[in-house]
Design a protein around this ligand. Structure first.
Ligand code: UFG
Length: 337
């Protein structure tokens, strides 16, 4: 029977790509988004890409009455919870707002799910929960570490809340997907990442330099103990990441309890490797200069992906060149919006 998947935060970067994968498969999709960090016309573009229009509610996930109405008007089978503030730097400036928003939305969601006997949840977690102390590659059996910013702590705390909820209610099924560094965009070029203001993350900064919005990229540190001295990350194509969520739906349908699962490629790429690949596959210049290290950054961050393969039967397939090509295609379209 066709399942209905609720996507809080589903108009954002990762949520919209998951929506596209679900709509092209046999799922009904309900998106809830307050559009505080996304555009409403993403819904139209999803319809253009997939030929199907998701149900859409513009609402804040902490708005209990709105959530109650959404759960009453739709029979939800699985929730994939993307809603939340996500800017690392901003979370240091506004910690209370980050804790209030990210925890409140999750608690209100959990209470509403319980009231409607919805038992299956997939949560957008992050590799940031491994903290500073664990050695790479990260495996899910490592303890969660000390995070370097409030954003990271909200992910770590929510994982704990969800794990406690699963102990208390043995019929709950929760998977926390720990994302590494999602980049790239849908092949259509119609959906992608659209940061507000100056991008914090590397790929949107590169694309904005390439298109001429920003003068040059600052590479934060070239004296790390890595092959070329710049930071090494596990960049994963957002479409691969989205397909990992589809695999996680099958998993939560068949199991109960709490699991954390890494979604990465298992391969590290340095900042300069990404810059050079982007420039060469797209035939564009990406001027950069070496700048001081950014506080809180690690030299290495990459996943062990065995558990995703074992439990979900999923692994990432796209290359760094694919990520660069698709990010660039999207940046050029985004200019026209
Ligand atoms: N970098 C630059 N210049 C920039 C931006 C980034 O050199 O302008 C470098 C960073 O120093 C780092 C790498 O590019 O070495 C990646 O940085 P991002 O900001 O793109 O990503 P992070 O690895 O710092 O952060 C990501 C997610 C967070 C998550 C974190 C930990 O954005 O949400 O991974 O897993 F918490």
């Amino acid at each position: 029977m066709r399942q209905t998947i609720l996507l809080p935060g589903g108009a954002g970067f990762i949520g919209s790509h998951v929506a596209a994968e679900l709509l092209t498969r046999d799922y009904d999709v309900v998106i809830v988004d307050d559009l505080s960090n996304a555009r409403g016309d993403v819904i139209d573009r999803l319809e253009t890409i997939t030929g199907r229009r998701p149900v859409f509610y513009q609402a804040d996930m902490a708005d209990r009455a709105a959530l109650e109405r959404i759960f009453t008007e739709n029979t939800i089978d699985v929730v994939i919870h993307f809603a939340g503030f996500k800017a690392v730097g901003e979370s240091v400036q506004k910690p209370v707002a980050y804790y209030r928003n990210n925890l409140d939305t999750t608690l209100t969601l959990l209470e509403t799910m319980a009231a409607h006997s919805v038992k299956r949840l997939i949560f957008s977690s992050s590799a940031t929960v491994y903290g500073m102390e664990n050695p790479v590659p990260y495996t899910e059996d490592m303890p969660r570490g000390a995070c370097t910013n409030p954003y990271g702590w909200t992910k770590s705390m929510i994982e704990q809340i969800l794990s406690d909820a699963c102990v208390a209610d043995r019929s709950l099924s929760v998977v926390c997907l720990r994302y590494f560094n999602p980049v790239g965009a849908h092949e259509s070029g119609l959906i992608g990442e659209m940061p507000n203001g100056i991008p914090n993350n590397l790929m949107p900064y590169i694309t904005q330099v390439a298109v001429g919005i920003r003068k040059e990229l600052s590479v934060f540190g070239n004296d790390y103990p890595t092959p070329d001295g710049t930071g090494v990350r596990d960049f994963i194509h957002v479409v691969d990441l989205a397909r990992g969520h589809v695999a996680a739906i099958n998993y939560v349908n068949q199991h109960t309890g709490w699991e954390s699962i890494n979604l990465g490629t298992g391969r590290g790429t340095s900042v300069l490797e990404l810059v050079h690949t982007f420039a060469s596959v797209n035939g564009v210049e990406v001027p950069y200069r070496i700048a001081p290290r950014r506080s809180g950054d690690l030299a290495f961050c990459y996943a062990n992906v065995d558990k995703a393969q074992r439990l979900l039967g999923w692994c990432a397939e796209k290359t760094v060149a694919d990520m660069c090509r698709d990010s660039w295609r999207w940046q050029q379209y985004a200019e026209t919006l």
